[in-house]
Structures are given as structure tokens and as C-alpha cells.
Design a protein around this ligand. Structure first.
Ligand SMILES: [Zn+2]
Ligand SMILES: [Zn+2]
Length: 138
């Protein structure tokens, strides 16, 4: 699959038996429809996160295209305080998360840091940051 932001080919990573598409250039993540539900561990987490997803009308200027159908995606915010702005295909092919956003969304549902997915993602991104860093920040 091609990254909707940089148009580079994405790689497939396995995260707790869910295959996610990951762009090594911008570090964004594509989840096919239903995969976010699979990453959220139980009904309570699913409800907590999915109930906060609402279409956003404040950011119409920068719409990315769905890597599956090529149509412009809509912006959806997640979290009670609209912490994250993600892209969603109108035809429900999936969701696009910019760097670090998936982690934030998963953490919205998790009560503690015991959440497995949040932990895996954190490890993944922390490794990434330390290897890619040019030495200016952490
Ligand atoms: Zn990219
Ligand atoms: Zn689509």
C-alpha cells in the first residue's frame, strides 16, 4: 500500500496479530476497517474510544486521499477533548493515523499503562525516535 502523505510504499507490521501498514518515512499508520476495534482490548475500551469519534468540520483544508480507493478522506477527531485528528475513508476502507496518533487513541481507551498495544506502540516509536534522531532532542 502507498502512504497517503508521502506516497512511499508502506511496510506491513504485525501488532498483536493485527497487520498494520506503516510508513517508515512519516511514521504514519494505516488501519484497515475494523482493525482499530481489534487493537482495543475489550468492549469497554472499544466503547470508550469509538464513542468519541466524530466527524470534524473545522479542518477542511488538508484532506488526504484513501490509499485504497483514492477518494478524499474526512477528518475525524477522537477523544473527549478532541485530542487527536485522524483521517477516515468515507467508504470505510480504514483510518489513517499520523505519527504517534494511534498510540494516543489507544491510550484514550486504556485505563492504565498496562494496555498491551499502547506499550508495543510506545516501544516501536521510542526505538524509532532514538535511531532517527539527529541528536538535537532526547
Ligand atoms: Zn508516509
Ligand atoms: Zn477508501
Amino acid at each position: 500500500m502507498i502512504c497517503p502523505i508521502c506516497k512511499d510504499a508502506m511496510i506491513i507490521l504485525e501488532l498483536d496479530q493485527v497487520e498494520i501498514d506503516y510508513c517508515t518515512t512519516c511514521e504514519g499508520i494505516w488501519l484497515d476497517s475494523g482493525e482499530l476495534e481489534m487493537l482495543l482490548e475489550n468492549e469497554a475500551e472499544r466503547k470508550k474510544v469509538l464513542d468519541t469519534l466524530h466527524e470534524d468540520h473545522d479542518h477542511p483544508e488538508k484532506l488526504n486521499k484513501c490509499p485504497i480507493c483514492g477518494k478524499k478522506m474526512i477528518k475525524v477527531h477522537a477523544g473527549e477533548n478532541k485530542e487527536v485528528l485522524i483521517d477516515k475513508c468515507k467508504k470505510d476502507h480504514g483510518l489513517w493515523f499520523d505519527k504517534g496518533e494511534l498510540n494516543t487513541v489507544v491510550e484514550l481507551g486504556a485505563k492504565e499503562e498496562e494496555n498491551k498495544i499502547a506499550h508495543l506502540l510506545k516501544e516501536m516509536f521510542e526505538n524509532k525516535i532514538s535511531t532517527n534522531d539527529k541528536g538535537e532532542t532526547k
